[in-house]
Design a protein. Structure first.
Length: 178
């Protein structure tokens, strides 16, 4: 796997420190509240697990599936959201957790989907923000790192379901995915 890596962009230690900082910020922002944390599967699972352990609040954790990529490296523009929630969002403080804010297409659709269910508040937290690829106007409320315009894997992010288990975020060699 490591032979497929062009360059490590964010090390395991850098990620650990930044995730802890995000947890402290979320704890402060939601002091006295019990936010509902909704993770976007599959890419968020590593980030969400570490982030949740850094949030010192009572919180509920749920998941949703959504994708506009499938097995491709570019968004199709067609967002597929898994089945509707089997839990109530109305009046809740919701934090949507994503691995990467890239084109913004998936998160825009998810934000609309969740907003229709009338949460008290809705904020977006992403490990990586790649503004160079944005197709819609969208920004996250909490950002781990700004990411260069490169195809990245690791720490939950994948290419064709591989590389999620790398403990860092790295640029994948182009010959691997082209």
């Amino acid at each position: 796997m490591r032979e497929d890596i062009k360059e490590i962009l964010f090390s395991e230690d850098e990620i650990r420190r930044r995730v802890k900082e995000l947890g402290v910020q979320i704890t402060s922002d939601y002091f006295g509240k019990n936010p509902l944390i909704i993770g976007v599967l599959k890419g968020c699972y590593v980030f969400l697990a570490d982030l949740a352990r850094s949030i010192e609040l009572g919180c509920e954790i749920r998941f949703v599936t959504a994708s506009s990529y499938g097995m491709a490296t570019m968004t199709s523009g067609d967002v597929k959201i898994g089945v509707d929630f089997d839990f109530d969002i109305a009046g809740r403080d919701v934090i949507l957790i994503e691995d990467i804010l890239d084109s913004g297409v998936t998160l825009t659709a998810l934000r609309a989907f969740i907003s229709e269910r009338k949460p008290a508040t809705l904020k977006i937290c992403t490990l990586l923000d790649k503004p160079a690829r944005r197709k819609v106007q969208l920004s996250a409320d909490y950002v781990g790192f700004e990411c260069p315009d490169a195809f990245v894997v690791g720490y939950g992010l994948d290419y064709a379901e591989r590389y999620r288990n790398l403990p860092f975020v790295a640029e994948l060699k182009q010959e691997v995915y082209s």
